[in-house]
Design a protein around this ligand. Sequence first.
Ligand code: NAD
Length: 484
Amino acid sequence: MDHRLLIDGELVDAENGELFDNINPATEEVIGRIGNASAADMARAVAAARSAFDTTDWATNRELRKTCLLQLQAAIEAEQEEFRHELVAEVGCPILTTYGPQLDAPLREALTWPAEMIDEFEWVRSLGPKDAFGTGDTMREVWKEPVGVVGVIVPWNFPVEITLNKLGPVLAMGNTLVLKPAPDTSANATRLARLIAEKTDIPAGVVNIVPSADHLVGEVITTSPDVDLVAFTGSSATGRRIMEAGAQTLKPVFLELGGKSANIYLDDADFDAVLPGAVFSCMHGGQGCAIPTRLLIPRSRYDAAVDALGEAFSNWAYGDPTDMANMQGPQVSKKQQDRVLGYIEKGVAEGARLVTGGGRPAHLDKGFYVEPTLFADVDNSMTIAQEEIFGPVICAIAYDDDEDAIRIANDSDFGLSGNIFSGDLERAKKMAHRIRTGTLGLNGGVWYGADAPFGGYKNSGIGRQCGIEGLEIYTETKTVGWPA
Ligand code: NAD
């Protein structure tokens, strides 16, 4: 495990020489140590990113950017298996998920699609001539330019996926950046740092990677006048704090935050086929912001549906994340395990009915595991239906008719994702227009991709990651005119 920071093109120790532990949440063992950056390290990284933006040709040299992104892609692919096993060890994610969303899916396109888009992006848009003030025609163009220095702050649940889906667009658009990984999962970031320094021609200072055990070292990014934009993925509470801190320098913030998404099962859906799949919400211990954790079921079919769900939950394989049979490993840390167990207690106290799970699994004596847990008879006003638990805790909620389902789905501070299942796709689409979320799957469709904008309404965020929207967010707009 590489412990070094990447600042101004150099792989370095933290200035104070400190290290912090990287813990495997499945075994509770220390598997490595990472450099513990201070606020001074972070300030140096910000200064390096500023200088690289202001003094190199990175912002204007599109060929270099394309070359570097493809070099980085090749370098990561050369260590893909090392990334895979290190991710399983530090995140506790089931290895099967690394063949999909944790690693292989983003690795297919998170860097290469933005690299391709460098040529296709509409950098210049002509508005044509106009005589705005009666003084003669003026030609006008709209130019897209990089924002400048981007502060990238990421969480621990899908660290490589989120990091690459930020790095690709940020760099493709000509920005420089400072990346702060989450303390629990910094090994993938220090590996990336070494690859950038040793295997690419990315100029010194264009990418800086600064891990720290101290969350507040991230505040150097959010308060510095030298950072032009903050791109953050994490909890809504931290997102709010970042926005407040950024307000002092009127910093634009791009926030990907939490969710409390709903699966809506319409009364014409094939319940036998689609209901058991709801247990996949326990995948990766429920530690995914877009995972649907509220199941909305027609009251007329509720009891049978809860029975079927209970059976699916009881048959769900979980445990050792290195075992290909398991789709759920531990929670990332003891802190998260305790938090999830606290929510389960609250659900019971508020009167929800525990159908399966509800505690620590008896057969796993090590690791921060929580049983896959299904609550029935949940009222949408209960805490477990309103707050993001980030654990394998799923709520089955009855609704009366379609209007009631829409009301309940939208009765949330969040608006990130969800699914609608129906025997009639057009009926599902009609309802989809009324659900206030940034993404939706219809009848099991998957919306994900480097070309697909992802983000939330309401407290689930501001802005979109990926897609054209996710490139534009890292640009400034300049309108110019000259006599026609
Ligand atoms: P978190 O908000 O605690 O931390 C996220 C990152 O922010 C970490 O790197 C942390 O060190 C840093 N940070 C914390 N306080 C900071 C501050 N004051 N200034 C600057 N940086 C600070 O979130 P987490 O616990 O790591 O992740 C779980 C949360 O992330 C969940 O709520 C989940 O829904 C959300 N999430 C959202 C998405 C999305 O795309 N919408 C994706 C993954 C996770």
